[in-house]
Every structure is written in C-alpha cells, then in structure tokens.
Design a binder for this molecule. Structure first.
Ligand code: MN
Ligand code: MN
Length: 478
C-alpha cells in the first residue's frame, strides 16, 4: 500500500474520537452556552433531593405534565393525559410521556439520582464547647472529609414540629445570610498531630462539627448558655425547640451558586452535579419528546449515594408501582404478568456521571479506556470493583443499539471505565433496574472532582448528554 492508501485504511479502521466542539454546527455552539445557563439555574435551586424534586415537579407542571395521583383520584375523566408525573414522599420523582405503542411493548427509561454527598445534621445536633455553640453532623455518601473544612456551608432542609407542621429552611444562600463552617487546623500546629499520618486517620467524621454561634444567653452562672443562646434565637425566628431536630432533615451543603470556569467559560463548577447533571439533561430531553413511539419515562431517585436504599431509592418498588399505574391509566392489563413483561421489554439508560481523566491524577486512569472532558456523553458498559464485582455489565447487543443510535443522530460519545483495574470502583442504579430483566446501560457525562464541593463539568458534554437522551427517547423502534 502506498502512503495515501495506508491513511485511507487508517481512517476506515480506527475508531473516531472527536472533540464535541469540533462536531457541533455553528448555531449549536451557542446552544451549548444557553443550555449551560439553564443548567446552572437548575443547580442553584436544586441543592438537595427535596429541592430537586420540587423543582422538577414545578418544571413538569409548566410543561403540561399532570399529577397522576390527582388524576386517578378523580372519578370522572374525559381524556387520558399523555404526560404525567408522580412526586413520591417529596424526594423521588417519576415522569412519563405515553407512547404511540402500548406501554406493555416496553418503555424507554432514563434513571438518574437527585441526592448528593453532604453533611447531615445529627438528631441531637446542638452542643457547646469553649465559648461557642456547635452542631454535630453525620456525613452522607462518599465524601473526602477534608473537602468540607474551612469553606462556607449553607443549611437546607425540613423540620417537622411537634404539632405536625412542616417547615422548610434555607440559610446561607442569600448574599446577606449567615453561613456555617467546619474549622481546620492551622499549618503551624499540624505537624505532630497530623504530620505523616494517613488521611483517614487525620480527618474523622466526629470532627466535622459546624460552628453555630458564640453569643451566650444569661450570665456565667447559667450552664450551657451558648447552646441556650442559639436555641432561643431559633425559637424566636422559627418557633422550634431542641426536640424538633429529632424529626428534621437538615443538610449542610456548600454555600453559593454554580459558576462558569475558565477564561472561555467552557465549563461549569458547582456542588451536586453528580447527579443533577443527568437529572437536568434527562428532564430537558423528556420535555422535547412530544410523541414517542415507546412510552418515555424519566426517574429521579433518592439515596443512590448510600446504596439505593429506602422507599425512594432504586432498590424500592417505586418503578413497578409507577409503571403499573401507567398501565392502568392507559387501560392496559395491570396484572403481575403484564407488569413484568412491560419491564422486561423496556430499555434503560442509567444516567449517572463517570470520572473524567484528571490531568493531575492520570495515574489512576487507564488512558485507553478513560473518558475525557469535552468528548461527549460516555457509555460505561460496566462499573463495579475488582473483577466487575457489583456491576450491571450491559450486553453487547444493547451497547450496540445505543452506539448506532448515537452515530445516526450525530451524538458525540465516548466510552469510559471508572479508573484502572483494582484502583477502586463504584456503582450506580443500573444493577437494580437490570433485576427487572430490562436492558440497562450506564450513560452520562464525565466530570472532574466528583463528590467534591465543586465538581467540574464541560458545557459541551452537558449539551451532548441532553441530545443523546433526547435521541434515545425519540428514536423509532428497530
Ligand atoms: Mn452518581
Ligand atoms: Mn456519586
């Protein structure tokens, strides 16, 4: 072969990897930034699973989705709504656009999660030490504990008072709000205590305590007068007493808004992008799915970060219940067999983030199979630990289907493994959905600084993820 022929063969045989920006049309390059602005707004109003659920439902209503429970509770109904949602216990959401085919022919599901790692207040949080009132926390999900020291934190959450009244709070987001913080040891005195110790020995969960105040109530004959000062203030402002914290869920999250990163503003830095990046992109994709062939479903789970437990996690019967109600709504048989077949016939993208190769930590990645920022939506065939343990290993057939779909729709995509073999590992909701017999593939953007208070995503990847999900919902059956 001559040189030209060799080049031709190379072009034919090699897998093409293209930077998303190179593949976008001119008008799409602007769309990337506009979409990014919408995404930042979403992040700023959805910093906890409760807030994300609330925001998703508000946007769903704006887009003509009907509360399925309210609809089914009505005795007489004229016509069946084609677009429905369910809010479950204020923390988990499902949405669907009914397809042209019967639901039992199988649905197309995109499943993300809306919980993120954070510090939860303990149930007896307030105490005092020296001349300060402090709050005990218990971390939620996989955090690097040192990330949470010496940064401004905001409190978001709900408190159920003794009379059953529920109150939502957000303290620390408005410009003139106070914030909270966990103190850190000064370098001058850290040598002996921390010096050459392992990170896990240096940073311990019980030291992640928030500073709550330092004004006492009463004179120094009053015991615990700093704690009392805070409780008095909370009582004045919110009408709560110490026991109310027992029935409260208050989360300390990084204070502040999502920001553009870089001189060129090509990236977004924010807390909680794992996995609200997939929540927002799948939600936007569903809004752009007016008449799908198969019923299109978006799931927004809670508790993924602690193993998909609980009534609103992916291990629960939430999906089965929602799909059986969709069958009922569409006047299809709802018996167990039909439900099972519907789920078996379904296809699912487990929408979650992967770890992009980090220029400063390349050694934990295997460069031939690591996803990179800016190269589009990432197909992750398997996750897990060691020998793929704890993973849903997507079938070659389903990966093939999605690959072809993305190629046909000019979606920039890449594949990715979470780090080198035996380097660590992780999992997603994929395996819990695969238990129903449906095809499931992990598919979402790759980000940097995952699980940190300031995760980094590429705007082109966010946009391409939306386009990929939209193609999945809207593609005809083959
Ligand atoms: Mn995740
Ligand atoms: Mn995570």
């Amino acid at each position: 072969m001559n040189k030209t022929q060799v080049e031709k063969q190379k072009k034919k045989l090699f897998k093409k990897t293209q930077l998303t920006y190179d593949q976008l049309e001119k008008k799409e390059q602007n769309a990337v930034f506009t979409f990014g602005d919408g995404y930042k707004d979403f992040l700023n109003t959805a910093k906890t699973e409760r807030e994300a659920a609330q925001k998703i439902v508000a946007l769903a209503k704006d887009n003509g989705f009907v509360d399925i429970d309210a609809f089914l509770a009505k005795k007489k109904a004229k016509s069946i709504p084609r677009k429905v949602f369910r809010l479950f216990k204020d923390k988990t959401v499902a949405m669907a656009v009914l397809g042209q085919k019967k639901i039992s022919a199988g649905t197309r599901i995109i499943a993300s999660h809306i919980d993120s790692p954070r510090l939860d207040l303990k149930q007896n949080p307030i105490y005092e030490d020296l001349s300060m009132a402090l709050m005990k926390t218990h971390y939620y999900g996989g955090i690097r504990k040192y990330h949470w020291l010496a940064i401004p934190l905001a409190l978001h959450g709900s408190i159920v008072k003794a009379n059953g009244e529920k109150m939502d709070i957000i303290i620390g987001e408005a410009a003139d709000d106070p914030v909270f913080t966990v103190t850190d040891l000064l370098p001058h005195l850290a040598g002996k205590l921390q010096g050459d110790k392992k990170i896990s020995d240096v940073f311990v969960g019980e030291k992640l305590n928030l500073i709550a105040g330092s004004l006492p109530l009463g004179n120094d004959s009053v015991k615990e007068r700093f704690k009392l000062g805070i409780l008095q203030l909370l009582n004045d402002q919110y009408g709560i007493v110490e026991e109310d914290f027992i029935s409260a869920e208050i989360e300390a999250v990084p204070a502040g808004s999502a920001r553009d990163i870089g001189f060129d503003r090509s990236m977004i830095g924010a807390y909680g992008q794992d996995d609200r990046i997939c929540a927002f992109t799948s939600l936007s994709a569903l809004f752009d799915t007016p008449a799908p062939e198969r019923t299109a479903i978006a799931l927004f789970f809670d508790k993924e970060e602690i193993g998909s437990e609980g009534s609103g996690g992916a291990k629960s019967s939430f999906l089965e219940d929602f799909v059986s109600d969709l069958l009922f709504l569409n006047q299809e048989p709802t018996d167990s067999r039909h439900l099972r077949k519907t789920l078996i016939n379904s296809q699912c993208l487990s929408a979650d983030v992967n770890a992009a190769m980090d220029p400063d930590f390349k050694e934990v990645h295997e460069k031939h199979n690591a996803p990179r920022l800016g190269f589009g939506i990432c197909l992750t065939k398997f996750t897990g630990v060691g020998g793929k343990s704890g993973s849903n290993d997507a079938s070659a057939e389903f990966v093939g289907l999605i690959r072809t779909l993305f190629n046909e729709n000019k979606i920039a995509w890449q594949t990715g493994e979470l780090g080198k073999i035996d380097e660590g590992g992780g999992g997603t909701v994929a395996k819990f959905l695969a238990q129903f017999g449906m095809d499931v593939l992990d598919c979402g953007p790759a980000i940097l600084s995952m699980h940190s208070p300031f995760e980094v995503a590429g705007k082109a990847d966010v946009y391409m993820t939306y386009k990929g999900y939209r193609a999945f919902y809207n593609s005809p059956d083959k």
